[in-house]
Design a protein around this ligand. Sequence first.
Ligand code: AMP
Ligand code: ZN
Length: 111
Amino acid sequence: MKDCIFCKIVAGEIPSAKVYEDEEMIVFKDIEPKANIHLLCVPKDHFALLTEMDEGRAALVARMLRTIAAKHAEWGLADGYRLVVNQGENAGQTVHHLHVHVLGGQTLPWD
Ligand code: AMP
Ligand code: ZN
């Protein structure tokens, strides 16, 4: 989608510190990390919100979670990680292209 920063990263128009890519998704380092390790798993298909998931997109999100589960140790997250999806304004979503935050590399505060 035009003017979407994550679509531009997917298209290679904006550089990113990529750690994984396949035909459906890309995983790269967050530019303003909120933990020692902070990755973003982004579907190549542009949609903004979990509430826009149809069956196909739900299956894609499931594959994103399975990819994170398969690769987490390679990414330095063998001791655990946290997944976050910010949905909408109250959650502070700033990029309106669905993404899963993958946080770890330290003990993560909960409150
Ligand atoms: P959210 O608040 O869930 O929409 O999170 C968007 C995230 O994207 C933030 O953590 C930003 O630091 C991150 N971000 C924005 N632009 C870039 C970029 N060009 N490369 C990597 N991460 C980015
Ligand atoms: Zn997009």
